[in-house]
Write a protein that binds this ligand. Structure first.
Ligand code: GLN
Ligand code: ZN
Length: 770
């Protein structure tokens, strides 16, 4: 019999209960016990949901108050030294103060410590807290959360499968905080802790343990492959009673197939969505005793499963392995999808027909169960009906006129190389633009948004609730925009912005105005800790029915003689921060968005907005996990940006903006975007940025290295910025340099914003005088 195997379930609650409880606890509005109670309830509900859906292997220890890697860091006792004073105070089994100090920093009772660094979980939008290792790193079993949760479930009557991130993946996810060692060599100190964990679970009666090793789908060297063999040989020895399941996801095993398949474990999980065809090569190599868990239901997107397709994959495995050695599950943990489609009832933003193509976490459990039932062959009436409904939905999606717009598809296939190239080379454009704008050296500008104060957010909320009329709202926005224009004039900034007060979010704002987009009311997905996002859904061919930004940009321009920059979000970022359709390549969807953005660029141009910024902060995070796939991605991502920005006059100045400084490895691709000006974040490390520009490759166009960090309320001194600019001048010719903050100012308050910009303009003037 095929079993159903779930890898992990979303934990923030259908209505973000966990976020609200965490924030209440941080604000000291609820006690630690009250917070812990919220956790108990969320876990219980999740286990019940999964059991009633008919899941055989239900995970535990997939819950976390903040992040599962942080939990593991506490479990193995890799607590950085700066938290020692909090550790000494630790008295309860779940030491929340220490835990949240590591997550968010701590400033109280004379203690002042920074948080651990956060970074993206593989190529998802989830962020984990990066483990920090020192040369003499020691590990010891410090928290037994895994055991408490297993036992808690057991008491409630659920036999669960505890989930752990594996030791090799854990080490590889971390960072060395000192030189002179390689963190992977810490494995022999870490292994005893894992052995301890497993033997505790065995004593408690656990039958299965899931160990996640997603690094088995990445580019790993021979040494790491050998390590996998050695480590799992040891872990397998801990207990005869425990059945270990090694879980891989986010890519195919590819060159790690031999290694993964020969680990001495009970079952191996494969991602058959990202690694769609890997069964062909995997099946002939599966050893006698190994069970394969097939990740056929996508764990990180919201589309209904195509039952017929999945059943073909399952049948292929069953034919070789038999029904007892095949399990059915999601491709990855369901952490990356929203809770429950049944909580969506707004037909205006999510039409019924579109809703019928979707499945959130709860619906995916049903899909997993249905697929197992269908593959087992003993099919009840209800499952039969759902199978028929599934086929109908798939058929409807293939032909729906809501999705398929022949004119949009035609336009994408008509894109030529000329459409992806400015008419003239940069030098000629620069001359034309200089003639038009006559900007000084070290021209000053900002990245787009100005403070989104309580008032601004209230106007938006009031408009949504119908508390104020559209006219009243527009009047407020107009006045705030005008004040911002006057302020920038007073500050003597050269290229102004309108301030983005009318925007909630840089992707949602455009998604709401593009055809082919749907929105959820409760489609929350955890991004990190208490932060959740509600990605819009691209379900159909995308086009722009009407102007999106012209009104406010043109209004702002009408108020001043100085140039006002139009503000757009780029095609790759719009794609990257949405749930993307899976019925055509991402590349095609990106080109559709690129053409919609181009239409907007041309409308702005016609309205007299001659400087236009197209933000692409997400271009780098779309990079595929495997090196071999990266070049192809960069080629189409860069080309899509060029399509969105090329069919314009020479004297129209295109800016782009990116929020990171680690682009040494992709700098040639960023240069190939051929924006006239790029503004970038440099706050984390000024040196890193300058290194990128000091190398052999000379960045050809204009560049504005962020001269101050907008992520902190701290006001930088003029002198600091002058120093940074002088350093920049040593590696980038002065004629190429712009002066700007390193990102948008929407999270800042007005006083520090004014003070910082004043110093910034002063710094630019000092540089001009040099
Ligand atoms: N123009 C946007 C802003 O200023 C850019 C935001 C971003 O880079 N993430 O807010
Ligand atoms: Zn930014």
């Amino acid at each position: 019999m095929l079993l159903t195997n779930n890898l992990g379930y979303p934990r923030v609650g259908a209505f973000r209960e966990l976020k609200k409880a965490n924030e209440a606890y941080w604000a000291k509005k609820i006690s630690a016990d009250e917070l812990l109670e919220v956790g108990v309830n969320l876990r219980k509900e999740n286990w019940e949901t999964q059991r009633s859906a008919g899941i055989d292997l239900i995970p535990s220890n997939d819950f976390s108050f903040y992040d599962q890697i942080l939990d593991l860091t506490l479990t193995v006792g890799a607590i950085p030294a700066r938290y020692q004073s909090l550790l000494d105070k630790a008295d309860r089994k779940y030491n929340l103060d220490l835990y949240f100090a590591m997550a968010r920093g701590f400033q109280e009772d004379g203690v002042d410590v920074t948080a651990m660094e956060m970074t993206k979980w593989f190529d998802t939008n989830y962020h984990y807290l990066v483990p920090e290792f020192v040369k003499d790193q020691e590990f010891s079993l410090t928290s037994e959360k895994f055991l408490h949760e297993y036992e808690e479930a057991k008491t409630l009557g659920f036999e669960t499968k505890p989930v752990l991130v594996g030791p090799i993946t854990y080490l590889l996810l971390g960072k060395e905080k000192e030189t002179g060692f390689d963190r992977i060599d810490l494995i022999d100190r870490l292994l005893p802790v894992y052995e301890g964990i497993l033997s505790k679970l065995a004593s408690a009666g656990a039958q299965y343990v899931q160990i996640d090793e997603p690094f088995l789908t990445l580019d790993i060297d021979q040494k790491t492959q050998d390590l996998y063999k050695r480590v799992y040989a040891r872990l397998a020895k801990v207990s005869d009673q425990l059945k270990l399941i090694v879980t891989t996801y986010f890519e195919a095993l590819s060159n790690n197939e031999e290694t993964a398949l020969n680990l001495p474990v009970h079952a191996l999980h494969l991602d058959l969505v990202r690694g769609e065809n890997q069964l062909d090569t995997v099946l002939p190599k599966v050893p006698q005793s190994l069970i394969l868990s097939l990740g056929v239901v996508e764990g990180r997107n919201i589309w209904k499963n195509d039952y017929e397709k999945s059943l073909t994959q399952i049948a292929q495995a069953v034919e070789v392995l038999g029904k007892d050695r095949v399990w059915v599950g999601p491709s990855s943990s369901l952490l990356h999808v929203p809770f429950d489609l049944d909580n969506e009832d707004n037909e205006e933003s999510l039409p019924k027909e579109v809703k019928n193509w979707l499945a959130f976490a709860k619906q995916k459990l049903q899909e997993i169960k249905d697929l197992a039932t269908l593959a087992n062959g003993d099919v009840d009436e209800k499952t039969k009906q759902r199978f028929e409904a599934n086929k109908l939905a798939a058929e409807n999606r293939r032909t729906s006129t809501l999705i398929h717009k022949p004119a949009v598809k035609q336009r994408v296939s008509n894109i030529t190389d000329n459409d992806a190239k400015r008419t003239s080379v940069f030098a000629l454009r620069k001359a034309a633009q200089q003639a038009k704008f006559n900007l000084p050296a070290f021209a000053t500008t900002t990245i787009g948004s100005f403070p989104q104060t309580k008032d601004v957010r209230k106007w938006r909320a009031d408009l949504k609730k119908g508390k104020i009329t559209q006219e009243e709202y527009d009047k407020e926005i107009a006045e705030e925009t005008e004040r911002t224009i006057r302020l920038q004039e007073d500050l003597d900034i050269d290229v102004l912005v309108h301030g983005e007060f009318e925007r909630n979010d840089m992707v949602e704002y455009f998604g709401e105005q593009l055809a082919g987009y749907a929105f959820t009311k409760n489609g929350w997905v955890q991004s990190y800790g208490s932060r959740c996002v509600k990605p819009p859904i691209i379900y159909g061919d995308v086009y722009r029915p009407a102007d999106m930004t012209v009104r406010w940009s043109a209004y702002a321009q009408s108020l001043t003689e100085r140039p006002v920059k139009g503000m757009l979000t780029g095609p790759v970022t719009i794609l990257q921060w949405s749930f993307v359709r899976n019925d055509q390549p991402r590349e095609t969807t990106t080109y559709q968005i690129a053409l919609a953005i181009l239409d907007e660029v041309q409308s702005l141009e016609k309205a007299g907005i001659k400087i236009i910024q197209i933000d692409e902060p997400a271009i780098r995070e779309g990079l595929p996990l495997r090196k071999a796939d990266q070049k192809k991605y960069l080629n189409w991502a860069v080309r899509a940006f060029r399509v969105s920005s090329s069919n314009v006059e020479d004297d129209t100045q295109i800016h782009t903006h990116m929020c990171y400084s680690e682009f040494n490895d992709v700098i040639e691709d960023i240069a190939a975007m051929d924006a006239d000006v790029i503004t970038i974040e440099t706050s984390r490390s000024q040196m890193e940025l300058l290194e990128a520009f000091a190398g052999d490759f000379k960045y050809p166009n204009d560049i504005g290295p962020g001269v101050y960090d907008i992520h902190s309320p701290r006001v930088p001194s003029t002198e600091e910025m002058v120093n940074l600019l002088r350093k920049a001048k040593e590696v980038v010719p002065a004629e190429q340099l712009w002066v700007n903050p390193d990102c948008g100012l929407k999270t800042r308050a007005w006083p520090e914003t004014k003070a910082a910009l004043e110093s910034m303009v002063e710094a630019a003037k000092i540089l001009r005088a040099d």
